[in-house]
Design a protein. Structure first.
Length: 210
């Protein structure tokens, strides 16, 4: 299979307005990926599936990732007048980096027997702008996996044929895989409570009785 750099150049020349970014991977696997802009995600997915050199016809895995808001500290050197002498001192500044949610797709070609190719889509933030296009119309195998990412992370996949809770029940109001998720203290629904769960259930029962 061609390199990511070659694929990026060829795809961007084929799809008007498409923007791809190569995301490095610092883990032991060292598998880089392609970040796709939302406006052209479906067109790019179709390109990956239909292009004769790629034929990415199988989405083996779709996962969600939560990237919370972070504060980035940066050190800069500035000149200051100290005891009448101009000196260069180091100052630390802070800036806020908004968080976002991410969907990561691992793609293979069963026809040409190559892969994986990893692509990423990101939301605008973690609160009000949590939508992205569904790629289920391109890879039907992504249907349940996008539902899982919706259920556990709160990613709203626009164009999904059946976007509803998969593991949590209807009416559940939170997303358990978010990094700021807080577990409830009510474990009364747990039929076989044990260890820490049992202790928390007892504590909740005692608080409820007061």
């Amino acid at each position: 299979m061609e390199t990511l750099e070659q694929l990026k150049a060829r795809a961007e020349s084929s799809i008007s307005g498409l923007h791809l970014e190569i995301i490095p991977n610092g883990s032991a696997a060292g598998q880089p990926s392609l970040l796709v802009d939302q406006d052209h995600a479906v067109a790019f997915a179709s390109f990956l599936r239909e292009d004769p050199q790629l034929r990415m016809d199988y989405a083996s895995n779709v996962t969600g990732v939560d990237w919370p808001d972070t504060v980035i500290k940066e050190s800069v050197k500035v000149k200051q007048l100290i005891d009448g002498v101009e000196k260069e001192v180091e100052q630390t500044t802070e800036r806020s980096k908004p968080g976002y949610l991410e969907a990561v797709y691992h793609l293979y070609s069963m026809e040409l027997k190559h892969g994986p190719l990893i692509i990423r889509l990101r939301t605008g933030d973690r609160n009000s702008n949590v939508t992205m296009p569904s790629l289920t119309p391109i890879w039907r195998g992504a249907e349940f996996q996008e539902r899982e990412a919706y259920d556990l992370y709160g990613i709203n996949f626009q164009g999904h044929p059946d976007l509803r809770r998969l593991l949590m029940w209807e009416g559940f109001k939170d997303f358990p895989m978010r990094k700021d998720y807080v577990e409830p203290d009510d474990y009364e629904y747990e039929p076989t409570a044990h260890d820490e769960v049992l202790e928390r259930a007892k504590q909740h029962a005692g608080n409820a009785a007061k």
